[in-house]
Design a protein around this ligand. Structure first.
Ligand SMILES: [Zn+2]
Length: 302
């Protein structure tokens, strides 16, 4: 332990937040989701405030669930920079990582094919995703995309299974689990958040992790929940191999692997060619969703 990190990037997801207790709450434009956005925002704000109180100088929050428009910036400490939507690069989805030295992951979930709360990798259409025979969690994709910028993954919060997976791949990362087995009504969000704040503040002194730069080559096996025909269609579209409902490909490193997964999960060759335009439309869709969230929660005391 030594100097505290002062410039922090937060990657925020919803499944492991205090607002999300079922699949509907993670789905676009549902009443459950509208409430979940508020609670996710409160979790993030609790951490943001604690970080600023404990010496952080800049905090950038990247909203990373579905459309990337879930967080309500008006409920977050105005010193933080809340970034909505997705960008093509330089860091896939995130865009410019800014000046951050370290990254914290909030509200995360476990990998596809494992038994965590709403476990999935990138999309729930992926039933199982293995890299060199082991399940691939999103933290591996996100942390490795930030590795070349020198960002150290220092903190992770999600269900116990997700935390275990994060600890297995990022040595010495500090984790803070959320136990959803008690159910939404009996869950004490206020005291859980207080614990989250304390753990995140401790992580500011976590100098024990290194930027995540996994080696290659990597062999990916992506099993689609949508079945054999869908898997073959995707594989053929991108010139990849397939076997039953599995898409199989090799990548020299995690960056190439991540790019292929983005293609498999979200794109078609036509969309990729017009990606900036398509992202503009997608981000507009997200903005409309967030406007709806505000309308749904109108009159609520925050
Ligand atoms: Zn999510």
């Amino acid at each position: 332990m030594g100097d505290k990190f002062k410039r922090i990037l937060i990657i925020a997801d919803i499944e492991g937040s205090t607002g999300c207790w079922n699949y509907r709450a993670s789905s676009f434009m549902t009443n459950e989701w509208a409430r979940a956005c508020v609670e996710m925002t409160r979790d993030v704000n609790a951490v943001v405030q604690a970080l600023f109180q404990n010496g952080a100088e800049t905090v950038r929050v990247k909203d990373f669930h579905r459309t990337g428009y879930n967080l309500l910036p008006e409920l977050i400490d105005s010193r933080a920079d809340v970034v909505h939507g997705y960008r093509t690069g330089p860091v896939p989805g995130i865009g410019d990582p800014g000046e951050a030295e370290a990254v914290m992951f909030l509200g995360m979930h476990a990998a596809s094919g494992t038994d965590g709360f709403l476990a999935h990798t990138l999309t729930s259409r992926v039933q199982q995703l293995e890299i060199n025979g082991a399940p691939l969690a999103e933290i591996q994709l996100f942390a490795s995309s930030l590795g070349p910028w020198g960002l150290k993954p220092i903190f992770f919060s999600g269900c116990a299974v997700a935390c275990k997976q994060a600890s297995a791949v990022i040595e010495k990362i500090l984790v803070y689990p959320i136990d959803k087995s008690v159910g939404q009504n009996r869950f004490d969000a206020a005291s859980w958040r207080a614990g989250l704040q304390q753990a995140a503040v401790e992580a500011l002194e976590n100098n024990l992790t290194a930027p995540y730069k996994p080696g290659g080559p990597l062999r990916a096996m992506v099993q689609m929940r949508t079945g054999e025909i869908a898997a073959q269609k995707i594989a053929k579209r991108w010139g990849l191999n397939y076997r039953g409902k599995q898409i199989i490909f090799d990548a020299p490193d995690m960056h190439e692997l991540y790019m292929n997964l983005i293609r498999i999960c979200y794109l078609t060759p036509a969309v990729e060619k017009m990606l900036p335009l398509c992202l503009l439309a997608y981000n507009l869709w997200g903005k409309i969703g967030l406007a709806w969230v505000r309308w749904r929660n109108r009159g609520q005391k925050n």
